[in-house]
Design a protein around this ligand. Sequence first.
Ligand code: NCD
Length: 303
Amino acid sequence: MFAGLLGIEGLDRRVIEAILDRAKDFQAVPGQPLKRLDALRGRMMVNLFFEASTRTRTSFEIAAKRLGADTISITAAGSSVSKGESLVDTLNTLGAMHPDVIVMRHAASGAPHFLARHLPVPIVNAGDGTHEHPTQALLDARTILDRTGKLEGLHVAIIGDIAHSRVARSNVHLLSKFGAKIVLCGPASLLPKQLAEMAPGVTLTTDMKQAIKGADVVMMLRVQLERIHEPASPAGEYFAFYGLRLEHLQLARPDAIVMHPGPINRGRELSSEVADSQRSVILNQVENGIAVRMAVLERILSQ
Ligand code: NCD
């Protein structure tokens, strides 16, 4: 039974492996037209986004369309939410339209879980507050596997605003299930100590060079200014301590890859030289976002 996808934490390793394997079938093959399938013809996916998104919202839409489903996108700004409608009333309205799956992003941690309890419709969490972003961790794992062939024993450095990052949390859950060693790194104010207890194999450091030393994967995170209510340090100051530059990569393994879920802020989290280098797999992550979301939607809707 795969009733929806609310998080990675409670997901069985075998289910993750099955999704990652299936996503491989949906990856683009150079020189060949993209696969289009009819598997979900007549089904309807509603994208319900209460927070900004470029990659996640669009790739869910492309994924659903490539499987033959119909899609509708609702954003808070263009909906009755902006006219003061409550979340429950918005959800009841959507429920009355009988969608087959709802993909939801919300600033409140737990909002998709609330929706799942409220409506008899499979829900996919597309990012809830600072909690989880399961499809991002799945597409990240697919991208790492494409380059390294394994997750077990990999040294993964996750660097930046760990405190507010649902991407970091979902990645820690996923990578630790597969035996990766994870180093979380950022300024002390953005690196809560409890995260070390989140899963086996997790360590913390405020020293970026130490985090990168010997890393197979360097995953950079955006500073989530929208979730930080004190004045943040200026981009240049942050970059001086926690911005990834080419010279840092000499400390990593020679074949190390650089990841970032996007949107990237050049000159804050990483330099342009790094973002545009051969080491960067940032656009591969975007591409895999479609393949992985196809695998997730197919799994939910074709049962
Ligand atoms: C991330 C998110 O929204 O959590 N972006 C994404 O989905 N690709 C990370 C971020 O916004 O920094």
